[in-house]
Design a protein around this ligand. Structure first.
Ligand code: ADP
Length: 169
């Protein structure tokens, strides 16, 4: 019950927190990052300039400015270059570090898209399995966030997460 699967655009959520698949500069890029920065407005990149960038697997928080959400957690996903264990660990760290921030702020709801599966090239099935397993184990051990929403922007992601949820029931 603490997991939900949605089909839609992450920039439209009124949740206390959405997670951005950011670039290391935190100054915007393509994909979900571009959509978030466009809608949040210039104030977001002005604020992000003060954060000093973000390493792969780490996460930083900002207000969400013109977005309906209240906060944005920016995490930098790994590129899928060498198909290595360390790339997989980096992707897990994106979720863990984002969830740790949400826990610290006692956020009720955190919305994730499938990090690294656009420009950064992770196969969606591998990335969705990593994210689902990392999130469900974190929720079992922690009271906050109360709920995690997997926001799918395409049918392939929706089907992958649906199958992962079905396997758990
Ligand atoms: P990365 O650079 O980490 O690969 P992308 O933004 O290119 O990030 O893609 C990550 C995932 O975000 C992809 O699965 C893509 O379908 C999804 N995505 C793109 N735009 C949106 C959006 N507006 N809302 C939710 N998910 C999105």
């Amino acid at each position: 019950m603490r997991i939900e699967l949605h089909f839609g655009d992450i920039t439209e959520y009124t949740a206390d927190c959405i997670v951005n698949a950011a670039r290391p500069s935190l100054l915007g890029g393509g994909g979900v990052d571009g959509a978030i920065h466009r809608k949040a407005g210039m104030a977001l990149s002005e604020f992000c300039k003060t954060l000093g960038g973000c390493s792969v697997g780490e996460a930083k928080i900002s207000p969400a400015f013109n977005l309906p959400a209240q906060n944005i957690i920016h995490t930098v996903g790994p590129r899928y270059l060498f198909k290595s264990e360390s790339e997989i660990q980096d992707l897990k760290n994106c979720y863990l570090n984002s969830l740790e921030i949400a826990k610290k702020h006692k956020f009720k709801t955190v919305v994730f898209s499938n990090i690294s599966t656009g420009a950064y090239g992770f196969p969606k099935d591998l990335a969705s399995t990593i994210s689902f397993e990392t999130v469900t184990s974190f929720l079992l051990e922690n009271e906050f966030p109360e709920k995690v929403i997997f926001c799918c922007y395409d049918v392939e992601n929706l089907e992958l997460y649906l199958n992962l949820i079905k396997e758990k029931i």
